[in-house]
Design a protein around this ligand. Structure first.
Ligand code: NAD
Length: 256
């Protein structure tokens, strides 16, 4: 993708970027020309992604913050602005699962999942939009999921991921006149620690789990973090300014 051309449009924040889809996205945005804040719960856990960005010639900053904690979010975004520059790209990627069938799901697991995905994306977007609207340019990309369409054992997660689609569309409506777009990427099955943990919980060897998912996918393979990073890169690009409020299913088939 073409690098942003206007000075000041060069800092991105990726939440949950210590590993998985977030790490691949941070690396991709760095290759696209952004200085990247690699934000995750534990600052030390961000070191690997920061080093990978550095090795590829990019610039990254490790930032520790819980996206569900309002004070931590405000402090983290202010720190990014101070150390890297005003953030104009935000990727709300941090996520957790606490799967269970409805009758076994306790309220703390409901609150935890809604808290990280929905409250987290709200808090991060609220903090970051101040810099974007001031710059007159911005890109917010939220990580939804095919689970937004409904998935057994994921009442909390699918509600959060569907909620993120509503949040995305409202951000698009409110922020469009300031040059800020908001879009969502909704991945299918992607090989990460999150899906490895799902296989383990179900008692299925990960290789077997992946093979079954590939067999059920039209393109006959599973997804990789780079597949998702590519879609995020498109939404974050200069040329995607007329695309907003959209949900792109990146799932190896026509899901959604
Ligand atoms: P992952 O578990 O490998 O990584 C998630 C990262 O988020 C971790 O580094 C974790 O520490 C961080 N995180 C969790 N809670 C946080 C918090 N409160 N504050 C800051 N960081 C926090 O997961 P992944 O598979 O890379 O998933 C990334 C995103 O993509 C998630 O939103 C997930 O729901 C979504 N997604 C994943 C898949 C998939 O198949 N892997 C499919 C659809 C959507």
């Amino acid at each position: 993708m073409t690098q942003p051309t206007v000075p000041g449009r060069r800092v991105a924040i990726v939440t949950g970027a210590a590993r998985g889809i977030g790490a691949a996205t941070a690396r991709r945005l760095a290759r696209d020309g952004f200085a990247v804040a690699v934000l995750d719960l534990d600052e030390a856990a961000c070191a690997e992604t920061v080093a990978a960005v550095g090795k590829e010639g990019g610039r990254a900053l490790a930032v520790g913050a819980d996206v569900a904690d309002a004070d931590a979010v405000d402090a983290a975004v202010a720190r990014v602005a101070g150390e890297l520059g005003p953030p104009v790209v935000l990727v709300n990627n941090a996520g957790i699962t606490r799967d269970n069938l409805l009758f076994r799901m306790d309220a703390t697991d409901w609150d935890a999942v809604i808290g990280v995905h929905l409250r987290g994306a709200f808090l991060m977007s609220r903090a970051a939009q101040a810099y974007m609207t001031k710059a007159g340019w911005g890109r917010i990309v939220n990580l939804s999921s095919v689970s937004a369409l409904g998935n057994r054992g994921q009442a909390n997660y699918s509600a959060a991921k569907a909620g993120l689609q509503g949040l995305t569309k409202t951000l698009a409506v409110e922020l469009g006149k300031f040059g800020v777009t908001a879009n969502a990427v909704a991945p299918g099955f992607v090989v990460t620690e999150m899906t490895a943990a799902t296989a383990e919980r179900l008692g299925v060897p990960f290789e077997e789990f992946k093979a079954a998912r590939a067999a059920a996918t039209p393109v006959a393979r599973v997804g990789h973090p780079e597949d998702i990073a590519h879609a995020v890169s498109f939404f974050a690009s200069e040329e995607a300014g007329f695309v907003t409020g959209q949900v792109l299913y990146v799932a190896g088939g026509p899901r959604g």
